[in-house]
Ligand binder design. Structure first.
Ligand code: SAM
Length: 269
């Protein structure tokens, strides 16, 4: 980062946030974070990051708002429907054939939309009578942001979260009125936990990792670190699904075969 006073003050602000909340801003793309801090400062009528740091000390609501905008936790059920089509047709059948228990990880799960989407598809594909066919399948959503994890557990969503959900799934699995409540049988399939993917790996090995629209905010070195961790966590033949504008980092490319280049879906060799 440049050493002019403004950037130094931003750097100090990010250090403060890391110390107090564990969000390691230094590993994210700096321009993107600075833009977001600047938006919050403008909203509070402040031009000096030092003054803004003082405001954060006295106003917990502003702190929460800043963390929310820094972690960028917007999501939707079945976000990018074409990706979900490929997951349904080419990923889940491959997983369903396995004899042993399956583990699915949504890394950066936001308010649970992605983890619940995969739970819905699995229920539709394998659930059988009252979901009995799903025994032995574990789905875990993790995020760095405790507030979104609480929302995930509550599983109540605004209209916009369902805007890409196929009508028949919407009808079957959600209440009729906003806030849309997800049916308990799907909620019970997913567990949510806090996990910072820059600091630790989950305790389990996974057959499918969904990590979409998170890596894009990290700098290259941090991305490579996360990809190496994914290689370690994925079982052989396990799938990795990235966001539409994300791609595998060069050092791990040879560890994967491409399932769908367009949808950024890969399989560990
Ligand atoms: C834009 S959302 C993506 C949600 C969902 N995967 C999707 O594609 O719709 C990015 C999520 O990553 C989370 N996140 C950011 N940094 C993280 C980290 N270091 N560890 C875990 N989650 C992180 C944010 O809190 C946010 O909920």
């Amino acid at each position: 980062m440049s050493s002019d006073p403004l950037h130094r003050a931003f750097g100090d602000l990010l250090s403060k946030i890391e110390r107090e909340h564990g969000f390691r801003g230094a590993l994210y793309r700096q321009r993107c974070l600075l833009r977001r801090v600047a938006v919050r400062m403008r909203a509070r009528g402040l031009a000096d990051p030092k003054e803004y740091a003082l405001l954060l000390d006295s106003d917990p609501d502003e702190y929460n708002e800043l963390l929310r905008v820094l972690t960028i936790n917007v999501s939707k059920f079945f976000r990018n429907p074409d990706t979900w089509e490929v997951i349904r047709e080419r990923v889940l059948p491959g997983l369903a054939e396995r004899e042993r228990p399956l583990a699915i990880w949504s890394a950066g799960s936001a308010a649970g939309e992605e983890a619940y989407s995969i739970a819905i598809l699995l229920y539709e594909l394998l659930g059988g009578e009252n979901g009995k066919g799903l025994k032995g399948i574990s789905i875990v959503g993790t995020d760095i942001d405790r507030a979104v994890l609480e929302q995930a557990k509550r599983a109540r969503y605004p209209e916009v979260a369902l805007s890409e959900t196929p009508p028949q799934l919407r009808q079957r699995w959600f209440s009729v009125r906003e806030p849309y409540r997800l049916k308990p049988v799907i909620r019970s399939l997913v567990e949510f936990k806090r996990l910072d993917i820059l600091a630790s790996r989950p305790e389990f090995d996974a057959d499918l990792i969904l990590c979409r629209n998170l890596l894009i905010y990290l700098d290259r070195k941090a991305q490579e670190q996360v990809f190496r961790m994914f290689v370690d966590v994925l079982r052989q033949g396990g799938f990795l699904v990235l966001g539409r504008v994300e791609g595998l980092a060069r050092p791990v490319r040879r560890k994967f075969e491409v399932v769908s280049a367009r949808e950024r879906i890969y399989r560990k060799r």
